[in-house]
Design a protein around this ligand. Sequence first.
Ligand code: GTP
Length: 201
Amino acid sequence: MTYCTRLRAALPQYIVGKSALMNQYVNSRFTNYYRATIGADFFTKELRLDDKLVTAQIWDTAGTERFQSLGAALYRGTDCCLLVFDVTSPNSFHALETWHREFLVQADPSSPDKFPFVVVANKTDLEERQVSPRQAQEWCKSCNAEYFETSAKEAVNVEEAFVQAVRLALKHHEVPGNKAHEESVNLLEKAENQHTKKCNC
Ligand SMILES: Nc1nc2c(ncn2[C@@H]2O[C@H](COP(=O)(O)OP(=O)(O)OP(=O)(O)O)[C@@H](O)[C@H]2O)c(=O)[nH]1
């Protein structure tokens, strides 16, 4: 059975390493080269979770673009949101509050207080850390978000963070009445049709 779920990396306007995290998770690669994301990038990743084959759609949104300008359509139907900050940038950490709030406004989930968030503290390989794990964990507790410390550069905890996001996304997706439920089912049908076509060729 194939499950299809959607995640978004909705992130503050700092170059916190969103694309690097994606690249590490999807392609097992890292580069020091910086290329700004324009609009949003889209990736898929297939993974086996327990007995289920899951296709995760992961959206990497541009950190330099105003959140609102991307439009609610991009955020609706999301099953889980990853909020990323850079542990060497207190500003990127403080911006999480705004991104968290704005995401809920734009995505407009059926039960905002139950919507799953994963907070990712990235660039932990750097020595000039300025946001402590305790500080970050306290904030996560206040909004019921799960917390991971990562280094996209050294491939530390990246897979763990994404896999947990997929688990939470599936759980959210399976709750009838969630807006994401219907949209994801449509996506699943599309994927199956494509698969049949491929097999017939
Ligand atoms: N040392 C270190 N550098 C990192 C890490 N992750 C990303 N970087 C670097 O940080 C810079 C920005 O990374 P990106 O992944 O492009 O950042 P982004 O958040 O996607 O930026 P936008 O696309 O502008 O939103 C790049 O030069 C990366 O090489 C990390 O874990 N450790």
